[in-house]
Design a protein around this ligand. Structure first.
Ligand code: ZN
Length: 352
């Protein structure tokens, strides 16, 4: 039996609109709750046409200047990456770093976790979203997978891994150069922990995996289901945690270290498609995270999960897209309905 319900509540209210001679106008907000965690998001149909008011347009001249000015001092560019980036001790990693194609994995000098490698993804200092190829992303994920296996072999104290991407300043990146950051820790960080706990509770209560049930439910209605690529099911999130959120769930595996090469290729393919889609929507900055739980961990019902969102566009004096609603209330604003987003995104995925 599935324990999933897509809960939403609408509130109607009147506002006297100054642009319509202060005549009364009916407004509506819809509040959605994430079926697993209960996190809320809010949709106001009036805001839909005002996406530009919130996100503005990217300023090509500002981006050109940013790329040009940052490339001179970038430690991930050219020869500098070999000289200026740290290495792991040979007791952990014989070569000190992991090189796969254009991807290079090395430790972060300013770690926020026991293992916190950075993966530089490309030789190019800047990429348009449609230039994040499946191969570039795939080599980065394969390097992360290799490192995770190495760490698991050497250290039984760590069970939680997340592979993260910040692209450009609105997403919190301090460097322009495309890169990933991986965290492998003995304690799960807040959101990851909530996911693991909720999946375990769901498993105990219903005897099934939440994400397997989600795949089945979303396939049944087809409203937010996008496509299957290998073992991954791509969907939009019913109650998103960020702008235009797209998720991918692995149908059987919860430990990133146990994903096959084909799994990593399918995942990279999907990420590159979603990024191309964001470019068509006029966005450039993004975040994503891939959540993993070690197989030997006693908590049950967890599946590898990718969550991908776009961030604020780049222009002079841009507003941050995290305001009190996100940062303090931990709720999200829905500009594009997840159902409409899924409809548009389907054409970017070739039928598997
Ligand atoms: Zn660079």
């Amino acid at each position: 039996m599935s324990g999933i319900s897509f809960e939403r509540l609408s509130s109607d209210f009147m506002i006297c609109n100054p642009y319509k001679d202060f005549s009364e106008e009916l407004h509506r907000v819809e509040i959605r709750r994430d079926p697993l965690l209960g996190d809320s998001s809010i949709y106001n149909p009036f805001l839909k046409d005002k996406a530009r008011f919130f996100f503005g347009d990217n300023d090509p001249e500002l981006i050109r200047k940013l790329v040009e000015e940052s490339s001179g001092t970038c430690i991930f560019c050219g020869e500098k990456i070999g000289k200026n980036t740290p290495r792991y001790p040979s007791t952990l990693l014989a070569e000190g770093r992991i090189r796969l194609g254009e991807a290079l994995l090395f430790p972060n000098l300013f770690s926020i976790g026991k293992y916190h490698p950075v993966v530089s993804l490309s030789k190019a200092h800047f990429l348009k979203l449609s230039e994040f190829s499946s191969q570039l992303i795939g080599n980065g994920l394969a390097a992360a997978s290799k490192f995770l296996k190495t760490v698991y072999h050497a250290d039984t104290s760590v069970s939680y891994a997340v592979i993260n991407a910040n692209y450009l300043f609105p997403a919190g990146a301090s460097l322009v150069h495309p890169h990933l950051q991986m965290l492998i820790t003995p304690v799960a960080y807040s959101y990851h922990e909530r996911l693991i706990e909720a999946c375990n509770t769901y498993h105990q209560k219903f005897g099934s995996c939440y994400h397997s049930d989600l795949i089945a439910e979303e396939k049944k209605t087809g409203l937010r289901y996008i496509a299957q690529q290998g073992g991954w099911h791509w969907m939009t999130a019913f109650s998103p945690m960020g702008s235009n959120e797209v998720i991918a769930v692995h149908e059987g595996e919860g430990d990133f270290a146990l994903l096959s090469d084909a799994d990593l290729r399918s995942l990279s393919y999907g990420i590159s498609k979603v990024l191309s889609f964001y470019e068509v929507l006029g966005h450039l900055s993004f975040n994503y995270s891939i959540f993993s739980l070690r197989k030997s961990h006693p908590k049950e019902g967890f599946r590898c999960l990718l969550k991908l969102i776009n961030r604020q566009n780049l222009y002079k004096n841009y507003r941050n897209d995290d305001y009190f609603l996100q940062k303090m209330l931990q709720s999200e604003l829905i500009i594009n309905l997840p159902e409409e987003l899924a409809e548009k995104l389907r054409s970017f995925f070739v039928k598997a």
